[in-house]
Design a protein around this ligand. Structure first.
Ligand code: FES
Length: 108
């Protein structure tokens, strides 16, 4: 059984990185970016408290709505758009296959 999907991350220099993402390890998208040494600080450790993992969903995947903690943090973040998400709040699941996510400028 194939438990890996592909996710494209666009970094702040507009470079695309196609990542193989395991769906069976309980990882979130912030952790995946860090595992591939992409420039996502993840300062709060994935608690939706820092916005250093802020970015934009560019593909038409329906990943549901942000939770309350994520909404609260996005309210305080810069350069927020309607497709903004904190990638630490996006658990890697099979329905994310083909996702395109662009890192926001204000992340660290
Ligand atoms: Fe801090 Fe995502 S890592 S909000």
């Amino acid at each position: 059984m194939n438990t890996a999907i592909r996710i494209t991350i666009i970094d702040r220099e507009e470079r695309s990185h196609i990542l193989e993402a395991p769906t069976d390890m309980g990882m979130n998208l912030m952790e995946l970016c860090k595992a591939f040494e992409l420039p996502v600080a993840g300062t709060c450790g994935g608690m939706a408290l820092c916005a250093s993992c802020h970015g934009y969903i560019l593909s038409d995947h329906d990943l549901g709505y942000p939770g309350e903690a994520e909404e609260d943090m996005l309210d305080q973040a810069f350069l927020v758009q309607s497709n903004s998400r904190l990638c630490c709040q996006l658990a890697i699941r099979e329905n994310m296959d083909g996702l395109i996510f662009k890192l926001a400028e204000n992340g660290a």
